[in-house]
Design a protein around this ligand. Sequence first.
Ligand code: NAD
Length: 522
Amino acid sequence: MNNLDPEVARDPDHLVVYGGRGKAARSWAAFDTIVGALRSLADDETLLVQSGKAVGVFATHRDAPRVLIVNAMVVPKWATDEIFWELEARGLTMYGQMTAGSWIYIGTQGILQGTFETLAALARAEFGADDLAGRWFLSSGLGEMGGAQPLATTMLGGVAFIVDVDPRAIRRRLEGKYLDVQATDLDDALARVRRATEERRALSVGLLGNAADVFPEIGRRNIVPDIVSDQTAAHDLMVGYIPQGHTVEQAARARAHDPAAYRHEVQTSIAVEARAILALQEAGAKAFDYGNNFRTQAREAGVAKAFDIPGYVPRYIRPMFAVGSGPFRWVALSGDSADIARIDRLVLEEFVGDGHLARWIRLASERVKFQGLPARICYMGYGDRERFGHRVNDLVGSGELTAPIAIGRDHHDTGSVASPYRETEAMRDGSDAIADWPILNALLNVASGATWVSVHHGGGTGIGNSIHAGLVIVADGTEEADRRIGRTLHNDPGLGVARHADAGYPASLELARRAKFRIPGP
Ligand code: NAD
């Protein structure tokens, strides 16, 4: 219900939560049946959900998950967009994205934190710094996900310069305080960026324009940003990227008039922008692809070197995944934001030495507006998640928190996803497409006693491109929950460490030697 709250979901009437057509239930009738089954479910029963539809309640035991969910799985040879969406139109399946169909989406806080974490990791890896003070980031796209870029940059003390072709996107981000100012033209934007960077002052500047015009012009002026990326919805050529010379409205008319010609124009513009990014990279900017398939589109448009732009996971996120760290989240089932504020304080007390985590928690508590049930997200790793879970369960048990807390995570995590264009791109041992790991992850979380466990296909990078698993565990303050929390929140990130150790990452091998789980040797 929280996933489909109008404050949370993008299009609740059609059960769409986020990420294209990522849904929480197959139909409203299926939603009602799921809710009815959950209301009457006993503590030793398990509800099975097949692509957004309740299909059975079975006798299990108290430590077993209450719900098992599988979304969008099809036999590999049938895993094409064409076949999948035809099956979906016939009402046989549902696209669950990652957290939509597994009921743990919490709104835009997730992407804000992900972008914050990516940029923080970039600062560490590229500049040996804890923040982005004195650095500027050139990018495009102020949409649903891209709109997080300016705020994540200023939260890290840096300067963001974001180009968007749609005046509504800029206005919306100004109103929501995700963006500080709109520049009148390129000269004005560059002057503001230069001043703020020199003064090491955090600032975000939006400019109305087309990235394929603006990026090459910046290059022509021999101006080089510290960081460059693109966050248009380039994964979808027909609607996600506006070609040069068009407003959004003109693009819609051109698209309807002659789709093939329109597609060609889009590809031409993407190629122009990609060449500009490569030139800025050559001149010293740190370039990265942020999961929108920009490189694939550019390569298909004739830019042979498009994959010289590194993906963000191998370069910045993998070192965290390798030690079992990833996006972790918790939701206050009381609906009372004071419960989240209490847990914010707990994190600050419990993880005193972690300045980066403390910075995020402080900034998030000041700047993030809750959507639906109050929730918090942060990156947390192997060992810490388990410790955190026990402490939260204690606070529920003692009554300091007013109701149980649902603790979960994204499927975009350390040991739970196989996605060769994103999370498992360029694995050290070439195991990018090996999808045994997410299935083992789900099975392990079932055996450990998570409250609900899910396996999905196609989230993030689309049908045919990924298999991934999720879990949620409810801390209700009981001793039984405490035991389940200990097993689940240890084993789940532990498998991430084991997966990366198996691929040969030195930090994972080292951590595995000290871990509570064992990797059998000869
Ligand atoms: P969106 O459709 O909401 O926004 C795209 C924005 O780009 C729009 O505001 C549009 O006006 C602008 N735009 C389009 N063409 C442009 C051009 N030529 N120049 C300047 N601006 C232009 O999309 P979104 O939800 O923000 O997602 C962006 C991309 O990020 C998608 O491809 C999505 O799949 C990907 N994504 C990445 C992650 C991640 O973790 N890295 C997560 C989810 C989604």
